[in-house]
Design a protein around this ligand. Sequence first.
Ligand SMILES: Cc1cc2nc3c(=O)[nH]c(=O)nc-3n(C[C@H](O)[C@H](O)[C@H](O)COP(=O)(O)OP(=O)(O)OC[C@H]3O[C@@H](n4cnc5c(N)ncnc54)[C@H](O)[C@@H]3O)c2cc1C
Length: 367
Amino acid sequence: MSEDSRCCGIGTCIINEEGQCWCGQRWDGEKMCFPRAIRVAVVGAGIAGLSCATRLQAQGLQVEVFEKSRGASGRMSTRQSEEASADHGAQYFTARDPLFMKAVSAWMQADVAAVWQPQLKVYEASQWRDSHAQEKRYVGKPAMNTPGKYLAQNVSAQYGQTIDKIAIKNRQWHLHSAESGDLEQAFDWLVLALPAPQALALLETSGEPLDTSTAQFKMKGCWTVMAEFTENLHLPFDAAFVNGEIISWMARNNSKPGRSGAESWTIHATPEWSQEWIELEKEEAAKRILGCAQKIGLVAQPAKISVHRWRYASGSLDPMPLFKLDEKLKWGLCGDWLNGGRVEGAWLSGHHLATEIQTLERALVKR
Ligand SMILES: Cc1cc2nc3c(=O)[nH]c(=O)nc-3n(C[C@H](O)[C@H](O)[C@H](O)COP(=O)(O)OP(=O)(O)OC[C@H]3O[C@@H](n4cnc5c(N)ncnc54)[C@H](O)[C@@H]3O)c2cc1C
């Protein structure tokens, strides 16, 4: 590892007094830079896209993020009402890889993440038991989307831009968005940090013979119901894994650190049931899910109910490629579905794709 504090992060920097590194990058007073700005478009501001974008930027590349929603964080999401908040995508995340543990520890220091210690039960075959799982569970603080927002602060991002067409001309990527038409900037690299079906649909618009085989991968949906109460329910658990029913999980949002406001519960249907019934009307899906929750003790009456249909919630390739990259045409894919289907895998996928892009660019500069 380079001990020079100006090191770009790859760990092999040897920088002379003029700020020139052996690899061709140079110190601009703040960070190591390539002699010519290398521009990267990252489509998708979920945790994979943000991890990729922040690392690329720290390594001296010029990054622009495009996101169709109004804010960052993707499936690490929180719905806010006047009285309460509910995490309706990812419920918590674990950290096993040292790189991700370091990132989570930085988030905790910045007070945008915290350990969640719910009273956790398991429901199976009409019986309740305590869960003895010991693993540390982390959540965004005060909402699941806070770590994403924190990362997004430091990158240039355009929200409300649904990228619906990509094209490569003279070795430069050009983007078209549903909201703004042809975008002015052109990019050396294109990163799609999207769920597989959305990445595939976008890749196909290029008209190029891109290798889209990996992105053919199908993901499963998830029906989510959020129930907001005016009074505490005093149930004997904060969260529960449910086996053998149409729902798989329920959690009391206000048991998570930093949440204030009224009691609110998030209930997830299983991936299998959700996928089978993905085209149901929202009201009907909610009725069936709440019927199941009531059977096992969560009576959502009176409660304010909202419903969310995730079309692409979960699933991961096996074996896991970590990321995909086309060195010749300079495009890459990252996201949870390439690395285990969870928050940690998504973050690592973006991080490692960024490292690979920088390594390739450094090799080009050296030639
Ligand atoms: C219901 C549910 C429960 C979950 N529970 C857990 C859990 O408990 N623990 C855990 O670790 N993980 C959980 N996950 C998975 C976790 O949320 C994901 O692994 C992770 O958030 C994926 O991040 P990502 O960046 O790969 O993708 P995403 O978060 O999906 O990010 C993709 C982004 O791309 C944007 N986008 C899509 N198309 C376009 C376009 N054409 N143009 C511009 N932008 C576009 C989207 O708006 C989104 O912001 C859960 C997911 C769901 C849905």
